[in-house]
Structure formats: C-alpha cells, structure tokens
Ligand binder design. Structure first.
Ligand code: FCB
Length: 452
C-alpha cells in the first residue's frame, strides 16, 4: 500500500464511549445515561459511568496516541459537560477539552473534533430532543461556544457523527437512545440534525471567519440485492434510500429523495417541518466529506416489513459484530460517491472491527482485526491510485470502549482495555498500525517517532 505525503493517519473515539466521570466536572446526564438505566436496552445494563476513565487518564491516553505515530486524533465533546442545563454554560466542562486539545497539540497530534456523537443533554430531550425544531438553536449555541473556545487549536471540525444512527436507530428502530419507535419523529429528528449541521458550518465560516476545515460524517453502507429479481431490486433501492440516500441527497443535492418521501409518508403525514431555506442550509458547501465505513448490506424483498426489505443471508466472512467484511464493496461505494455526489476530499473518519480478544502473556494476537485494517487500508490506497482523493483514515477505535447497546461486550480497540484495572494493552493490530504509519513516513522522509 502507498499513500501520498499529505495523507493523514488517525484514530478515533467518542465522549460517552470513553470518558466516564459521568457526574464530574459539572456534567449532567445525557440521553445515553437515561437509556442505559432502562432494563433490557443495553447489554447487561452496562453504562458509561466509568467507561475507560479517559476523563482522568487522558494524559496517559495521549501518550499511547503519540506512540502510535498518528497525525491526528478524532474525539467528541460531551454536550452536557458544556451546557449541563438549558442556557447555562459550564466553563469547567470546556476546560477538559481545552486541556486535551492542548496536550495533543504539544505532542504534534492534530485534534479533529466532533460536536455531536450522540450524547444529547437530558434537558434537551425533555423538551422534545431533536424532534423539536428548537434543537437547531440549542445546537448552534453549543457550537458557538465550542468554536469560540477551541477553534484556535482544532484542526478540523465534524458537526455530526452518523445522523442515521442518531436519528433512525434512536427514534425509529429504538435500539439507540432515546429508544423511540416512531418514524415521523425520526424523519423530523434527522431533518433538524441536518439543518443544525448546515447552520453550524455557515456560522464557523461567516461569524468566525474561520479557515478551520469543517464537514459532516455519514455512515454509509453500499446495499446489494440478493437476486436480480425485480422485487429484490426494489428492496435494495429502498434499503439504499433508508441508509444512504436519505442523507446524501439533502447534503449534496439539497433535496430528499422523492421515492423515499413517498414510502415514508405511510408515517410522515406532513413534510411541513421542512421550512423555507432549510434545504439550502443543509447543502452548504463543506471542506471535506467524512465517511464511516464498516460493512456492506445485502437485502431481499419482504412484503411484511415497513419499507419492503430485510437483511438477506450472506456467505461473506464476518467480524465479531456479524458484519460482512467487504473491502471491495467499500471501493464501489467510493466510486459511486464520486460519480453521483461529490468531489470534496473524502476522509474515512471511522473504520475498524470488533472481535473477541483474549490477553495471553500480556499480548493480544488479534490477527483478524489486523487483516481487516490492512484490507481496508489497501482499498484506500487502490482508490487513491484511481484518483479518488481520500485524504485521511481514522481507525476505530483507539481503545476498547462502551459499544452502545452492546455495552462492553464488543471490543473495537487497537488497545485492549481491562475494565477492572483500566490497564491499556497494545494489541498486535496497534503495533501493525504503528508500523504502517512508520513505513509511510519513512517513504516520504517524514520524521517518524513511533513504537517498534
Ligand atoms: C459507529 C459509531 C461509533 C462506534 C462504531 C463501531 O457507528 O460512530 O461510535 O460505535 O460504529
């Protein structure tokens, strides 16, 4: 594999998944604290109260990041640390991120900061959460203080992480916080997230006249039909609409896909929540496009489901999540984005895999994860040879953490975390990632100061 000199390597985490210190520094609960408390929602009722205790151990974690040799580290800000109550700014919460960003910068690691990685404050939820259009204003108030306090040290901003998960898993499928199962709410929630994205981008560029790069991250999954029957083709079109086009079309074309508006209208009885100017706001020009890629989808027709598709059997090799390992389909996805949607630099803001790791004599031989990462990095390298302009890659995740409804049962880290002692142990994949980065730097005569 080969990468341009400017290509950036990184690793990623998010606030609720690693920080812990849930009741410290003035933080109040988010929808995830609430959701974790409801029996049956999260594996063994795990929660983020302690997580990786990163809030107290961030200095040690920065040292691990440095040792990996990555150029950049992607983390998110916990909104309820910044606004623990409506309209009440908490400087102590902000200071944590200022310290973190400063430590990273001192070590030559560029901070890439996500504003919303799903931890909506409970006060906002109690007023309707993302379903309430006022959420756009709440988000902008939050974005404004983040820009004010951190823009000078932040290398790139990501407004939202995966509005599909926050919106559709959270408000339609009910498997993520806040756990609602209401498609009308889900479509409104997504709309408000997207409007808040567009307006935050405009704010950074106009109000702050900032040149810091900003974009949004979508999780995309190319969808294939089980057979070439007309029905399966319809199923694949609908699944693609639900997972991908509902987000790509507004962001890049300034419109929702008509076929999906039609399909969703079974539940969405009015689209009046789309106000004048909204679609222009959503499709604001960004500096890059973030993609989280994990797997492909394969579907078949099902008259029994709402949107006429269901997952079909796949004989692909799978990760510990049961997700198909599909680096070739990742290439299809990128080529399609270039053909149909955008020429912006693409950044892979997440890619990685969960496996059932075991520690043996202080080592974790996670060959499968290492293979997964190598295959996807090879795909990035191949795509760039084709001129696809992928500017960077973030491995998910720096360390094992709270994997949402799977709790601590699924390990995505390249550092193993012993959740009893909080010890971090480098897995083989971490050593291999450091080696790939070191080789890259050597090949371009860039200074490499990374682990052997
Ligand atoms: C993505 C999320 C991230 C993590 C990975 C495995 O959907 O953005 O927080 O859970 O999946």
């Amino acid at each position: 594999m080969k990468f341009d000199k400017q290509f950036t390597f990184g690793t990623a985490t998010s606030s609720y998944q690693i920080e812990g210190a849930a009741a410290e520094g003035g933080r109040t609960p988010s929808i995830w604290d609430m959701f974790c408390d409801i029996p049956g929602r999260v594996y063994k009722q795990h929660n983020g109260d302690v997580a990786c205790d990163h809030y107290h151990r961030f200095e040690e974690d920065v040292q691990h990041i440095k040792r990996l040799g990555v150029d950049t580290y992607r983390f998110s800000i916990a909104w309820p640390r910044i606004f623990p109550e409506k309209g009440k700014y908490n400087q102590e919460g902000m200071d944590f991120y200022k310290k973190l960003a400063a430590r990273l910068t001192e070590e030559g690691i560029k901070p890439a900061v996500t504003l919303y990685h799903w931890d909506l404050p409970m006060w906002a939820h109690e007023e309707g959460g993302w379903v309430n259009r006022e959420s756009v204003e709440w988000f902008l108030d939050y974005a404004r203080v983040c820009f004010t306090e951190l823009d000078a040290v932040v290398d790139s901003w990501i407004t939202h992480n995966e509005p599909w998960c926050a919106g559709f898993l959270g408000y339609h499928q009910g498997v993520h916080a806040p756990g609602h199962t209401n498609m009308d709410e889900a479509v409104k929630a997504v709309h408000h997230m997207l409007v808040s994205h567009g307006k935050a981008v405009e704010m950074l560029k106009k109000e702050f006249a900032s040149e810091t790069e900003i974009g949004i991250t979508l999780n995309l999954s190319p969808v294939y039909a089980k057979t070439d029957s007309a029905n399966d083709a319809l199923a694949a079109n609908n699944a693609d609409g639900y997972s991908n086009r509902w987000f790509l079309d507004p962001v890049f074309k300034g419109e929702y896909p008509k076929d999906m508006m039609n399909l969703f209208s079974k539940y969405v009885h009015s689209y009046d929540f789309i106000k004048e100017g909204d679609m222009e706001a959503i499709s604001v020009e960004c500096d890059f496009f973030g993609i989280n890629y994990y797997s492909r989808g394969i579907v078949e027709f099902s008259a029994a489901t709402d949107f006429l598709h269901r997952g079909a059997y796949s004989d692909y090799e799978k990760t510990g999540m049961g997700w198909d390992i599909a680096p070739n389909e990742f290439k299809d996805l990128i080529r399609r984005l270039r053909a149909e949607y955008t020429q912006l630099p693409i950044i892979i803001t997440e890619n990685g895999a969960a496996y059932d790791d075991v520690v043996e004599n202080g080592r974790v031989h996670d060959k499968e994860r290492t293979d997964y990462v190598e295959k996807h990095l090879q795909a990035v390298s191949d795509l760039n040879e084709e001129g696809m302009n992928i500017a960077g890659y973030y491995l998910w995740s720096l360390m094992d953490n709270f994997e949402w409804s799977f709790g601590y049962d699924k390990r995505f880290g390249i550092l193993y975390v012993d959740f009893d002692t909080q010890e971090r142990i480098w897995k083989d994949s971490a050593y291999r990632y450091a080696e790939i980065i070191r080789d890259h730097k050597k090949s371009h005569n860039l200074q490499a100061e990374v682990a052997q």
